[in-house]
Write a protein that binds this ligand. Structure first.
Ligand SMILES: O=P([O-])(O)O[C@H]1O[C@H](COP(=O)(O)O)[C@@H](O)[C@H](O)[C@H]1O
Ligand SMILES: [Mg+2]
Length: 569
């Protein structure tokens, strides 16, 4: 058909133009191969040219592939050129600091970013090796940088990479100093990226100044200061960085804080861009922590901790007695020991409670997709509380600056216990703080689970869960969002929906509430996923936390089914 031929010609022309300006010979060859297969490869070419990557929940993120809709040297050159042009136009004078993880392409993209910055006459400071994202976020503040770039795709699949952008004090203002960008800066930078001319004309300077180990030592020293001096440190921790970059810094921080050095899952200890032992390097995904739990079990650990590959998230698994299938000849009522992964909401509540008991006053914040427990805790304890849209870039701006933020967390395993040093989530300081709490409890013969029960007895069981649907075709997500808007359930769990909120146009989020249940539905901003965040609050009667937990678990399971049905997934 004529229209198809025109479409094909248009996209072929765009691809040829892109190819002619692509600085990477391997990417040029990759695109040429796709072009050579036209018209059969038309859908693939259309996808690669569907549009530029945009700043989502946490920067640019996409598959490593040639073309504007992927992460590659051309896109990074353009992004860096747009960023430095925007920084100059805003009058920002400080250096650009650049970090990177151990993914494929990360170091090359970081070095290219440095060359583009120096080519534009700006000092570029490069972190000395693949390091955690919180080290970069710390460096932005510590070094007085005008901005920071972290090349990472965090916990995404191995074939992805990404580009997180931070602003320093000069342009970020009081609230955004050291935080990831938000509107309108992100749109301004995107416009500057689109305005970059031919890449062949982007001046490239020297590789930038390599930062030394003192920066990392400074980060570790500040991280350790998060803990009060003294106090119990006797705790056996099993740890995994999930083939990412967390191990060296985390073990150094534990040692410096006086903890025994955690045992590290041997075949996940070193950075490996193939993430060979996990299907997804995301501690939220089932199976990702199997080897960690096996190590914890075999070494008799008190606690198991995982960082995501860029070590800004922290997952915690606890030893728990669970009712297990009876073995032949055993007492059918007997329990067997197991390990349970705590939900981000549980770790968030534990950390918040710990800081509150320590007398830390100021703003406590989380997001609209997290549990409502933190709100209840703050209300009962007379502390300021705020909630924001998803993303740590929002959490660190909670409250609009009226109260200083002292703690922020999100259900996606992200926690910020030291906002004065790292204006982002930090999987290292979170691990230290949860270990300090666990060691303190252990010294009293108690555990994190006991503390969770105490919180449940006081505030009710806040059981949260997430329904997460990964898709190949993004239209399925749009369809599901349209469906929930067109046919919004009027009841959930047999209770009337008392509130249905649609956050459009500000955010693509739908919230449904009943007296005891809540569902928040939104597309992920970092992966092709639809997410529904579920919560049921179940009061504890007669101090029987276990019974309330069982009721809540059943209710959440039912809520999950009803939500999936309403979304048509
Ligand atoms: O990927 P990370 O660890 O940088 O984490 C990023 O993505 C997470 C998931 O976002 P979404 O639900 O939109 O996919 C967010 O919760 C988080 O604040 C953000 O920093
Ligand atoms: Mg991460």
């Amino acid at each position: 058909m004529a229209a198809d031929t025109t479409d094909l010609d248009t996209i072929r022309e765009r691809a040829e133009r892109w190819l002619a300006d692509d600085p990477d010979p391997a990417d040029r060859a990759e695109l040429r191969a796709v072009l050579d297969q036209l018209p059969a490869s038309a859908p693939e070419l259309a996808d690669r040219f569907a549009g530029p990557l945009t700043f989502g929940t946490a920067g640019l993120r996409g598959p490593l592939r040639a073309g504007p809709n992927g992460m590659n040297l051309a896109v990074v050159t353009q992004a860096a050129a747009g960023l430095v042009a925007w920084l100059a136009a805003q009058g920002g004078t400080g250096p650009l600091v650049i970090g990177y993880d151990a993914r494929r392409g990360s170091r090359q993209f970081a070095e290219r970013t440095a060359q583009v910055a120096t080519g534009a006459g700006r000092l570029a400071l490069l972190l000395p090796r693949p390091l955690p994202t919180p080290v970069l976020a710390y460096a932005v503040r510590q070094l007085g940088a005008v901005a920071g770039v972290m090349v990472t795709a965090s916990h995404n699949p191995p074939q992805d990479n990404g580009y997180k952008v931070y602003l320093g004090t000069e342009l970020g203002g009081a609230l955004g100093a050291g935080a990831q960008i938000v509107p309108p800066a992100d749109a301004g930078i995107e416009a500057a990226i689109r305005a970059v001319g031919p890449l062949a004309k982007v001046p490239l300077g020297p590789a930038g100044q390599l930062l030394g180990d003192d920066l990392v030592a400074g980060y570790v020293a500040r991280a350790v200061e998060v803990l009060p001096v003294g106090g119990p440190r006797e705790l056996n921790v099993a740890y995994t960085p999930l083939h990412g970059v967390g191990a060296a810094v985390l073990t150094a921080a534990f040692a410096a804080a006086g903890f025994p050095v955690p045992g590290v899952v041997p075949d996940q200890a070193e950075p490996d861009p193939d993430f060979p032992t996990v299907s997804f390097p995301n501690p939220e995904e089932p199976g990702a922590v199997d080897r960690l739990v096996a190590l914890a079990e075999s070494t008799g650990a008190d606690l198991a901790i995982a960082n995501d590959p860029d070590a800004d998230r922290c997952a915690v698994a606890v030893r728990e007695r669970v009712a297990g299938p009876a073995e032949a000849g055993s007492d059918p009522a007997a329990e067997r020991p197991g390990w349970r992964m705590l939900r981000g909401d549980e770790v968030g509540a534990l950390l918040a409670d710990h800081l509150m008991r320590r007398g830390v006053t100021g703003l406590y914040a989380t997001t609209i997709v997290s549990s409502s427990l933190l709100r209840a805790m703050c209300a009962a304890r007379g502390l300021p509380y705020d909630e924001t849209l998803t993303g740590f870039k929002w959490i660190v701006r909670a409250g609009g600056g009226a109260e200083p933020l002292v703690f922020g967390y999100e259900e996606a395993l992200g926690y910020c216990v030291a906002p004065e040093h790292v204006r982002d989530k930090d999987g290292i300081t979170a691990a230290l703080t949860i270990a300090e709490l666990a060691a303190g409890l252990k010294a009293q013969g108690r555990t994190l689970t006991d503390r969770l029960d105490e919180l449940a007895a006081e505030f009710g069981v806040h059981h949260t869960d997430q329904l997460s649907v990964r898709v190949d075709d993004l239209r399925l997500i749009a369809d599901a969002m349209a469906r929930i808007r067109a046919a919004t359930p009027t009841s959930l769990l047999g209770q009337p929906v008392t509130e249905a909120q649609d956050l459009l146009p500000e955010a693509d989020v739908v919230i449904l509430r009943t007296d005891t249940a809540r569902v928040v539905i939104r597309p992920s901003g970092t992966e092709p996923k639809l997410k529904a965040y579920l919560e049921v609050v179940e009061p504890v009667a007669d101090g029987d936390v276990a019974a309330a937990r069982s009721r809540a678990a059943l209710a959440v399971a039912a809520l999950r089914t009803e939500t999936a049905h309403a979304l048509g997934v």
